[in-house]
Design a protein around this ligand. Structure first.
Ligand code: NAP
Length: 242
């Protein structure tokens, strides 16, 4: 059976993606690092709608933990494989570079970029072997154009965009697509401390996006209809791209 894994599936965009992919019929593995309560709530919601889901705790920045959790899952599911991977887990640790703590630089790079590497490396081989897979990487407007106060985050997201394009070339013949989604401002816990009233004036659409809107885009990229789309960065930002 084909499964889907969403890293950081317990909250925000990831939670909406889990629910949407479950509606497509995939059993969903909801990864989280701290908020077991939130991950369980997503699982319960999916099951209440007739879908299948399980939670899996691991810190994507910790290679030993990630390998142990995903390796354990693979061992206990010899007949199955994770055919859909959404690399979504993330944090923000913003500061101007001149005031940035070294740990904030490394933490953000480790979670976003090294997390993408560790999880994807483990799962892309079975996808290629089975000759079908979908990888969607959550990038950001910040990685497309750079944003002040986010050199760490922009570097991580820019790295993910470049890696998306490179990996797409490597696995296209195996019917594995690799794309990035680059949201602008989306209403989640990650943006709740921002001044939404001020910032939404900078968005041509005049509002922040909803997690569901990003989830709908991810679901399309995961679907069979998107088989010929690979190596792309799809921006979803209400027009905030210049
Ligand atoms: P969010 O609401 O803060 O949720 C973050 C999710 O990531 C949570 O599920 C959290 O798990 C998980 N997570 C954080 N660190 C992790 C780690 N080390 N290992 C595993 N899971 C981890 O964030 P969001 O706004 O939905 O963001 C989701 C993705 O979209 C991120 O990659 C973010 O950079 C990107 N993005 C967001 C926006 C936006 O405006 N919101 C814009 C562009 C891009 P716990 O619940 O266990 O803490």
């Amino acid at each position: 059976m084909k499964y889907a894994l969403v890293t950081g599936g317990s909250r925000g965009i990831g939670a909406a993606v889990c629910k949407e992919i479950a509606k497509m019929g995939y059993p969903v593995i909801i990864n989280y690092v701290n908020r077991e309560d939130a991950a369980t709530a997503v699982k319960n919601e999916i099951e209440a709608e007739g879908g299948k889901a399980e939670t899996l705790k691991f810190n994507v920045a910790d290679s030993v933990e990630t390998e142990s959790a995903l390796g354990g899952w693979m061992k206990s599911h010899p007949e199955d494989y994770i055919a859909v991977l959404v690399n979504n887990a993330g944090v923000r640790k913003d500061n101007l570079m001149m005031w940035m703590e070294d740990s904030d630089w490394y933490d953000v790079l480790n979670i976003h970029l090294n997390g993408f590497y560790r999880v994807t490396k483990m799962l892309v081989t079975p996808m290629a072997a089975k000759k079908w897979g979908r990888i969607v990487n959550m990038a950001s407007l910040s990685g497309v154009r750079g944003m002040q106060g986010q050199t760490n985050y922009s570097a991580a997201k820019g790295g993910i965009i470049a890696a998306t394009k490179a990996l797409a070339l490597e696995v296209a013949k195996r019917k594995v697509t690799v794309n990035a989604v680059a949201p602008g401002f989306v209403e989640t816990d990650m943006t709740k401390e921002l001044n939404e009233d001020e910032l939404k004036k900078t968005v041509p659409a005049g509002r922040f996006g909803k997690p569901q809107e990003v989830a709908d885009l991810v679901a399309f990229l995961v679907s069979d209809k998107a088989a010929y789309i690979t190596g792309q960065v799809i921006e979803i930002n209400g027009g905030l791209n210049t």
